[in-house]
Design a protein around this ligand. Structure first.
Ligand code: IVH
Length: 672
């Protein structure tokens, strides 16, 4: 290639990568596979290496991180980053509305227009775009001066490195909240436990810890995300209102929370607040309230600011997700990888609507460091549907009868020796046939996110083990009606259903199968990457470390774990038997450009025209996704007879609901 054509190719590659980035991270509707994306990135990296003079600050290759800094430089904000006044009750919102009207001398029936936004529980940052190019980014700091975290912010894939604007303003400062999605938080914490690092207490701390890394290559491995919520200094463009600002920002490619809504008066605010409380548990990120802003920028200007917070906005906070309770016991629990972790049994306590009676203590070292004892009064915290965690103990409440606990030396389930592997924080049971490990790995295999064998839950799996009918996951597929009929309280119909469910799972998507195998460090996300890169279990089993490492998001630890797993003859034998017994996982049928590309469906209630499995396949064959629960990400809910809480939630969230016939119509028809 000539230099000229290489320069052109670099331009094409950058545009293509950013385009696919946007589809993947913002619209959740990729048009190419991860492997194809990786190959574009590799081509660009190698061209830029050959022509360092053509490397630019806004090239997507800068998203992989840069060598560590010694310290962050101070970053003064052109306009101070203010904080918000809090309201905890309806009365305080009514007060706010009245106060605002009085200040603006608005009388009578006139209602104010507000923009209501979910209050993200992350950390505030400022992004500076110069002539449409991302130039700098900083943390809030004390509001006047923050820290320059430009390199770290560049690794956040949802932040565009160039604005999609025909004529971008000379200067565009935008503020937003960086957060770590709850799933990513869980994954990160389990990795940290495995690696002997202290887990983060909540997603907010994890986001802050990830963004404030001097080594941006570490930040690049954390899937941070961001929602923009307001302007800083802008030169070369006017905005008339908050809703105008958000619309324009979104059209320029900046991520804006789709739940944001313009409402009228106190009633509008209260309705939005109620909906967000209801949606809170199903969101993929933590919110701790609702931010209410006067929509008109002219009115905002008139209202002005107090010393630290504006008069035109207020944070309507949710009740805290923390509560105090007492640790009744600390019990060792054996997981499917043999890790033995302490679990706190708590005096049941309600934490924002959910009864909590157990909490994870992560590992024994952590337990010692936090000095949590049986009998202690502790603070527990719940985030999304994550297992609650003990934040801290309150030593001042001790009476002297509290008892510290340390790691057991033998497995509580099989009596085998427990060892601490050097370099790991976890202690592990080495028992090769430890019943707890076998039980947990079968539960994992059959679980909703694994092979999803409907009806085959913990209780039945325990009976299968007790009767000696299964010793590993492959045995599930040779079970007979007679085997099930040996269970306590088992009927013909139920046995039949279980056998059908087992049969039905044989052709699950490959990514589920890979996840279900329970390979250490391979969660759902990684399993999806592996499935799309290798296309079959046979190919994955043959993968070399180099091939694995060439995939985006697969590091040495995950690659090593996969290689180890398939080096173990017992695992290879189980996979071989599974195949022999008819388990033929299929590579996802995702059709790019299908009728449902990027759309998420939830099926609920009793379906009569098709089974849930068929429904899922129909949706996936058209490029869509079938989810198990309703959230703000759901596009359609298909409701059969007697649909219950999912349907109710869909209605609350304003999601389009249809019956089975309507679903079949849009599946076959021309309209969507
Ligand atoms: S507006 C002057 N909008 O909450 C306006 N803040 O307590 C100040 N936050 O520092 C911020 N979501 O970190 C605004 N939709 C949202 C927000 C939001 C989260 C955070 C932000 C801010 C803090 C103020």
């Amino acid at each position: 290639m000539t230099k000229e054509s290489e320069t052109k190719r670099i331009g094409e590659l950058r545009a293509a990568i950013e385009y696919h980035n946007r589809l993947y991270y913002r619209e959740d509707a990729p048009e190419i596979t991860d492997a194809e994306y990786d190959s574009l990135m590799r081509e660009l990296l190698s061209l830029e290496e050959r022509h360092p003079e053509l490397a630019t600050e806004d090239s997507p290759t800068t998203r992989v991180g840069a060598p560590p800094l010694e310290k962050f430089s101070p970053a003064p904000h052109r306009l101070p980053m203010l904080s918000l006044e809090n309201a905890m009750t309806e009365e305080e919102i009514i007060d706010f509305d009245e106060r605002t009207k009085r200040f603006l001398a608005i009388t009578g029936e006139t209602e104010l227009s507000y923009v209501c936004e979910p209050k993200m529980d992350g950390l505030a940052v400022e992004l500076v775009y110069e002539n449409g190019s991302f130039a700098r980014g900083s943390t809030r700091g004390d509001g006047l001066v923050g820290e320059d975290v430009t390199l770290n912010l560049k690794t956040v894939r949802s932040i565009p490195l160039r604005l999609f604007a025909q004529e971008p303003p000379r200067l565009f400062e935008v503020r937003g909240e960086v957060y770590l999605p709850i799933k990513a938080f869980q994954r990160l914490n389990s990795e940290r436990s495995d690696e002997g690092e202290a887990p983060f207490a909540n997603p907010r701390n994890a986001a802050a810890g990830s963004l404030r890394q001097l080594d941006s290559r570490i930040t690049a491995r954390r899937p941070l995300s961001l929602f923009c919520y307001g302007p800083g200094q802008v030169d070369g463009r006017e905005f008339s209102s908050q809703s105008d600002f958000l619309d324009v920002a979104a059209s320029w490619g900046l991520p804006v929370n789709p739940l944001i809504r313009k409402v009228s008066g106190v009633k509008g605010i209260l309705d939005f607040y109620g909906e967000m409380i209801a949606a809170r548990d199903s969101l993929d990120y933590e919110i701790d309230g609702v931010v209410v802003k006067i929509d008109s920028y002219a009115l905002q200007k008139e209202l002005g600011e107090k010393s630290r917070s504006p008069r035109w906005a207020i944070a309507f906070k949710f009740p805290p997700r923390q509560a105090f309770t007492v640790v009744e016991d600390i019990v060792p629990q054996v997981g499917r990888t043999g890790a033995v972790t302490p679990v706190a049994h708590l005096r049941p306590v309600e934490v924002s609507g959910v009864m909590v009676s157990r909490a994870t203590l992560h590992n024994w070292e952590e337990l010692g460091k936090k000095d949590i004892r049986i009998g202690d009064t502790v603070l527990v915290e719940r985030a999304g549907d994550v297992i609650p965690a003990v934040v801290k103990s309150l030593p001042e409440k001790r009476t002297g009868s509290e008892r510290p606990v340390s790691a057991p030396s033998v497995c509580p389930e099989c009596g085998s020796e427990i060892v601490k592997i050097p370099g790991e924080v976890a202690v592990r049971c080495l028992g090769l046939s430890c019943p707890a490990q076998i039980r947990e790995s079968i539960i994992h295999f059959s679980s909703r996110n694994g092979m999803d064998i409907e009806g085959l839950g913990e209780k039945f799996i325990e009976q299968l083990l007790r009767l000696g009918l299964v010793k590993d996951v492959a045995d599930i597929f040779s079970l007979t009606r007679e085997d099930f009929m040996r269970f306590d309280r088992m009927g013909e119909k139920l046995a039949e259903n279980l056998l059908n469910a087992i049969d039905n799972c044989k052709e699950r998507e490959l990514s589920r199968f890979v996840f279900a195998l329970g390979i250490r460090h391979v969660g759902e996300h990684t399993a999806r990457i592996l499935a799309s890169a290798f296309g079959s279990i046979e190919n994955l089993m043959k993968a070399t470390e180099g091939e694995l490492l060439s995939l985006r998001e697969i590091g040495p630890q995950v690659a090593g774990s996969i290689i180890n797993f398939f080096h173990n003859p017992r695992n290879v034998e189980v996979v071989r038997r599974l195949t022999e017994l008819g388990v033929r996982p299929v590579a996802a049928l995702k059709r790019v450009g299908g009728r449902f590309t990027g759309k998420t469906f939830v099926f609920t209630g009793a379906l009569s025209r098709f089974s849930r499995d068929e429904a899922r396949r129909l949706v996936e064959a058209e490029g869509g996704h079938a989810a198990g629960s309703v959230s703000s990400k759901t596009d359609f809910v298909v409701a059969g007879a007697d649909a219950g809480s999912k349907l109710e939630k869909a209605r609350k969230l304003g999601i389009r609901v249809m019956n089975e016939d309507e679903f079949l119509e849009i599946l076959q028809g021309d309209q969507q």
